[in-house]
Ligand binder design. Structure first.
Ligand code: ADP
Ligand code: MG
Length: 708
């Protein structure tokens, strides 16, 4: 079985070799018109120095851009590895069949007019896909830009864009060609080399997951930049990303936060999960680095393309100017980095080697008059210091120092690649003298940033990758004693009755089947029932009006707490009977559990992905506070723990101003049991446990709703 999976994966990778490392390329729809895609692609291939033969295919032209053209692919007297297709969509199915017959392995369909164009296009897309499957041709696109491979062995510029990157270690995959192109341009402007590029448009066959998988296996790719607007097959993507993100950093960005889910959802969890947060949760769960800002993402890529990953969060700062070190410190600390004191030995060396006015500590202030030797001794000390994992430098090009020498010293240490270095390089780039200094830094692979915050953020990201790549969330716990069959029977019964919300008795039974502790309860149809139930539970009790139409009971006066005796219960039930005239009105009698911290846990189903689990501060103010976090089910113990520490009011759980801490373990267990419950019962749409009353020793659910 495992061997089979491996074999499949190997075949997939080999197939994509014909796309990313094409030995020869045909341009079906090659054109002699300068301003056409069928011409630009040939021009780009030639300009970029493509290593293989190019076969323009055109029924009329004998040559295009000086290259011999052929009327059809069958007229080409050689094998063809890959092809561009740039012809009207209605001819594409036939051409794909021809490509199959010719033995072409990969086809980039630049043409538009498929699934993005409505019904007719969908039919055409299905038609050519069927042909592709039949002949084992991989399809890239349609309606796409293409791929680029900057490896000098290939120089394959199978794309119609206009940026010609230098070879490097960053590979890009972007669904949107527009975003892909500006990311590529931005790396170029920052002088960061690129390895591979892929923008797959409609992505009908080769998916983002396939490309990420391919980059993961590509030795020349050090880091991946990914842009998407969501995933067609999120589960497949998660499987791939989980593996690749352990091997190399994936810097990811997603746009298109929609309000689609925010439309009035029936439960708290549904409305709080309304904005499309699923993609960000996928990034988090798989250990990718998420960015909201495309510029920051590209800037950060500069550090990833040149620097090793730090082994911890302790940073040493070298500065030759005061203020920027303060700004950097703020940013570094908020990224979770520490700035530890230096050892006595380090201080001794620094005292002996630095200028008398230098500040010996962390930061090490070599002062503006400090030169190459002073920077070097500070760098050497930090590289040898055991409790330092990375180095942040502020380097202002003071006119009275030999800035080139400072740069050379930084570069020399950087080349050893012992610990990551980032540099906030402050200068006047219009002066020739400093351009020379800057070039020494860039050529030496030192990531230079114009602002302390940008440099510090880049170092923060390197550290974050250390954290996520070494993080092990473990496997989700399976509680063996749960009663899945009984729970399923409850849901089927509710379905048969045509209900979309489970009745209270069903809700609490279901929770009990999954070992989720609930406050003792009874359902009563009459005043006498209510009094009897209350006595059985033991006073004080709570009485809640119970009917499918009553959603937020307390808003309507449907919750009466702390009822101390039969008389009080009787009076409350009487009053509620008069107030609510729902035909299915019943009374929910419950143990009164005062003094707990009110928490919420919930569930919201997401198409193709499964369920999101929510946790946060609960009670009636949950929508006002919005202090909740989400994870994708199944949630492991590590993740459940993270949920408790990630909410803003995490400290409340430990108790403030003399309060007792709540029993976190029992809440963590409820989250995990809830996760198992929805994984077992995927027909659950939404679920709210609000509040969960958490105490020093235990936690109980006192209100719950389940939508199927
Ligand atoms: P709803 O959410 O429909 O308004 P709840 O059952 O959540 O109704 O009750 C509202 C509030 O009443 C809870 O947030 C909690 O403060 C309090 N409450 C409800 N049940 C209990 C109980 N069994 N013990 C203590 N307090 C309760
Ligand atoms: Mg409630």
């Amino acid at each position: 079985m495992e061997a089979e999976v491996k074999e499949q994966k190997r075949t997939a990778v080999n197939q994509l070799d014909s796309l990313f490392k094409p030995k020869s390329i045909a341009i079906i729809g090659a054109s002699s018109k300068d301003l056409s895609i069928g011409n630009v692609i040939i021009k780009n291939l030639v300009h970029f120095g493509y290593k293989g033969p190019i076969y323009p295919i055109n029924p009329k032209e004998p040559e295009i851009r000086g290259i011999k053209a052929y009327p059809t692919i069958f007229d080409v007297p050689h094998d063809i590895d890959a092809a561009h297709v740039i012809i009207p969509s209605k001819f594409v199915p036939q051409i794909i069949e021809d490509c199959g017959k010719k033995g072409i392995k990969s086809v980039i369909i630049n043409s538009a007019g498929f699934s993005e164009m409505g019904e007719e296009g969908v039919v055409l897309q299905k038609a050519f896909l069927a042909k592709a499957k039949e002949y084992g041709v991989r399809i890239f696109g349609p309606n796409c830009q293409g791929i680029i491979n900057c490896d000098p062995d290939y120089n394959a510029y199978c794309d119609f864009t206009f940026t010609f990157p230098k070879p490097g270690a960053i590979s890009i995959v972007a669904l949107s060609g527009g975003v892909g192109a500006f990311i590529m341009q931005s790396l170029f402007d920052l002088d960061i080399g690129m390895r591979m590029y892929a923008s797959n448009g409609n992505a009908c066959d080769v998916s983002i997951s396939d490309v990420v998988n391919y980059y993961g296996d590509d030795e020349g790719t050090k880091a991946i930049i990914l842009y998407t607007e969501g995933f067609a097959n999120p589960k497949e993507f998660m499987d791939v990303a989980k593996v690749v993100a352990k091997k190399k950093p994936i810097l990811a960005m997603k746009a298109g936060r929609t309000e689609e889910g925010a439309k009035a959802a029936a439960s708290h969890t549904g409305s709080l999960a309304g904005v499309d947060i699923a993609t960000e949760l996928i990034f988090e769960k798989t250990g990718m680095l998420a960015f909201n800002n495309e510029e920051e993402m590209c800037q950060t890529a500069m550090a990833f393309s040149t620097q090793p990953i730090p082994k911890g969060n302790r940073v040493g700062i070298i500065t030759n100017t005061g203020g920027p070190a303060v700004i950097a410190t703020d940013e570094l600390v908020s990224a979770g980095l520490q700035i530890p004191a230096l050892s006595a030995k380090a201080k001794e060396i620094l005292t002996a080697t630095q200028l008398p006015e230098a500040s010996i500590g962390n930061p090490i202030d070599v002062v503006a008059t400090g030169g190459g030797a002073h920077f070097r001794s500070a760098l050497d000390v930090l590289m040898n210091e055991e409790n330092i994992d990375s180095v942040y430098i502020n380097f202002v090009t003071a006119p009275f120092t030999d800035t080139d020498e400072v740069a050379r010293q930084i570069v020399e240490v950087n080349k050893m690649k012992k610990k990551p270095i980032v540099c906030n390089f402050m200068t006047n780039m219009s002066m020739e003298r400093y351009q020379v200094t800057a070039k020494i830094m860039k050529d030496g692979g030192v990531p230079c940033y114009a602002f302390p915050t940008t440099a510090a953020k880049a170092l923060g990201a390197l550290y974050k990758y250390h954290k996520v790549s070494t993080r092990n969330i473990g496997e989700a716990k399976v509680y063996a004693e749960v009663k899945k069959e009984k729970a399923l029977a409850i849901i089927n019964e509710a379905k048969k009755e045509g209900k979309s919300f489970l009745s209270s008795s069903h809700v609490y039974q279901l929770l009990s089947h999954y070992g989720i502790p609930v406050a003792d309860w009874r359902i009563a149809n009459s005043i006498e029932d209510a009094v009897k139930g209350a006595a059985e539970i033991g006073f004080p009790v709570v009485v809640k009006a119970d009917a499918e139409s009553l959603v937020h009971k307390s808003d309507l006066g449907g919750v009466a707490i702390n009822l101390k005796n039969a008389e009080e219960v009787r009076a409350v039930v009487e009053k509620m009977k008069g107030k609510f005239n729902a035909p299915d009105l019943k009374f929910f009698i419950q143990k009164f559990m005062p003094g707990g911290r009110e928490l919420i846990a919930g569930v919201s189903a997401k198409k193709e992905l499964g369920h999101l689990i929510m946790f946060g501060i609960g009670g009636i103010y949950v929508e006002v506070l919005k202090d909740v976090v989400f994870k994708i089910a199944p949630v492991t113990e590590v993740e459940a723990n993270e949920m408790l520490t990630k909410i803003k009011a995490a400290k409340l759980l430990d108790g403030v101003r003399g309060e007792k801490a709540i029993n976190k373990a029992s809440v963590i267990e409820i989250i995990q049991r809830l996760s198992q419950l929805v994984c077992d019962l995927p027909m659950i749409e939404e679920m709210d446990l609000n509040p969960i009353m958490a105490f020093e020793d235990k936690a109980f659910v006192v209100d719950a709703r389940i939508k199927i």
